[in-house]
Design a protein around this ligand. Structure first.
Ligand code: PMP
Length: 406
């Protein structure tokens, strides 16, 4: 098994935190940036910065080429049929909100059902609560099995002929569960529902092919795969996006404007009102290039090896509750018995180990787990076996410390 050795590509990781070498295990919240991405963004501002689409001058053309070139990169990355199906947004949250506002408000009415799961991030829950409030539609939830997976039996019991839209996460940011999107999409389509996939935790870790999944919408954030914050993607099938109204109105998205009315550009620009996130798109394209050069098969194998190693070490410790299924994407959510996860994370930080603690924007899932919060260690391309060892050493210290306290 070849493991990746790319830590030195990420300058931030080369630092001491509390007199210890940094061990960054919070990539599910946001990933660190490789030097090539930092350089691409910096070079864009140093040499090419201008506004896009309108300028006839050379810099305007360069900025437009960079921005539209990034759209082509994303199109190929997720195997969309056409670059007009790729809308640049601020991130997963804004992508889902665009669909909720535009598709939800126009096509969902009283008596319709919106189907979600119990593991959704607030970003793929609250927009649908709001649609339900505005339209009178009903929210339904595919229930979780004890290990935090969903079964096709439950899927089939929940999606009905009244279901207008299924909104589901590809990978859970708490449990690491990988959902059977292709099967769900196929079943939902047979009953006439459209499917939106929250890909925030999938796209950084696995090759995603929207054509194969056959989903209608797919949302993700650049910052979780090494791109800057503030850039994200909404993929939508052109046939649907063409029927949908813009949600933001202003510059960049219009064709003709009079004092009393306006017509709008075609896809994808009708959804990109205002000056777009040009440098963010440039950084996203570079992050995608970087990951594709490594190869998603290698990335997945690397993360699996780290997760399995961490899992086996954690299981050797007494008093650790681990949540989620055996088969999972590269993260582990856990609690030390009788220790608040914020305290666990604080002790780990004193050893330079960064993990996340809290409800992870999944309060209903916390309720389902019967906890108020958890700690979460998440792995990415740059993590090493040594990182896992330091994490486990830190946890042992935390257990000893709190063992003395209780
Ligand atoms: N969905 C999932 C599953 C996530 O993990 C996240 C980020 N924590 C989001 C949605 C929201 O992403 P963003 O904050 O980048 O919009």
């Amino acid at each position: 098994m070849t493991l990746l050795d790319v830590k030195s590509d990420f300058p931030l990781l080369n630092q001491q935190i509390n007199d210890h070498s940094l061990v960054y295990l919070d990539s599910a919240a946001t990933a660190q940036k490789p030097q090539v991405v930092i350089d691409a963004v910096s070079d864009y501002y140093k040499y090419d910065n201008a506004n896009v689409h309108r300028g006839v001058h050379t810099l305007g053309q360069r900025a437009t080429d960079a921005y539209e070139g990034a759209r082509e990169t994303v199109t190929q990355f997720i195997h969309a049929k056409d670059s007009k199906e790729i809308i640049f947004t601020r991130g997963t949250t804004s992508s889902i909100n665009i669909v909720a506002r535009s598709y939800g408000d126009a096509f969902i009415t009283a008596g319709d059902e919106i189907v979600l799961t119990e593991m959704e991030h607030h970003s793929n829950l609250i927009p649908w609560q709001q649609v339900a409030k505005r339209t009178g539609a009903t929210l339904k939830f595919i229930p979780l099995e004890v290990d935090g997976t969903i079964t096709m039996t439950s899927v089939k019991e929940t999606i009905t002929e009244k279901t207008k839209l299924v909104a589901i996460t590809h990978v859970s940011n708490v449990l690491g569960t990988i959902n059977p999107i292709k099967d769900i999409t196929s079943y939902a389509h047979d009953l006439g529902a459209v499917v939106l996939v929250d890909g925030a935790q999938a796209v950084p870790h696995m090759a995603v092919d929207v054509e194969e999944l056959d989903c209608d919408f797919y949302a993700f954030s650049g910052h979780k795969l090494g791109a800057p914050t503030g850039i994200g993607v909404l993929y939508g099938k052109a046939a649907l996006l063409n029927q949908m109204a813009p949600v933001e109105f202003g510059g960049e998205m219009i064709d003709f404007v009079s004092l009393t009315s306006a017509t709008f550009k075609e896809l994808p620009w009708k959804f990109e009102g205002g000056t777009p996130i040009i440098a963010g798109a440039v950084g996203l394209a570079k992050a995608i290039d970087y990951l594709q050069t490594i190869g998603f098969d290698k990335i997945a194998a690397h993360e699996k090896a780290l997760t399995n190693y961490a899992m086996s070490k954690l299981k050797q410790l007494d008093g650790v509750d681990i949540y989620g299924p055996e088969e999972r994407c590269g993260l582990i959510t856990f609690n030390l018995t009788d220790v608040h996860p914020h305290d666990t994370a604080t002790v780990l930080d004193s050893f330079g180990v960064a993990v996340r603690a809290g409800h992870h924007c999944c309060q209903p899932l916390m309720k389902w787990l019967n906890v108020t919060a958890t700690a979460r260690a998440s792995f990415y391309v740059y993590n090493t076996f040594e990182d896992v060892d330091l994490f486990i050493d830190g946890l042992k210290q935390a257990k000893e410390f709190f063992g003395d306290v209780f």
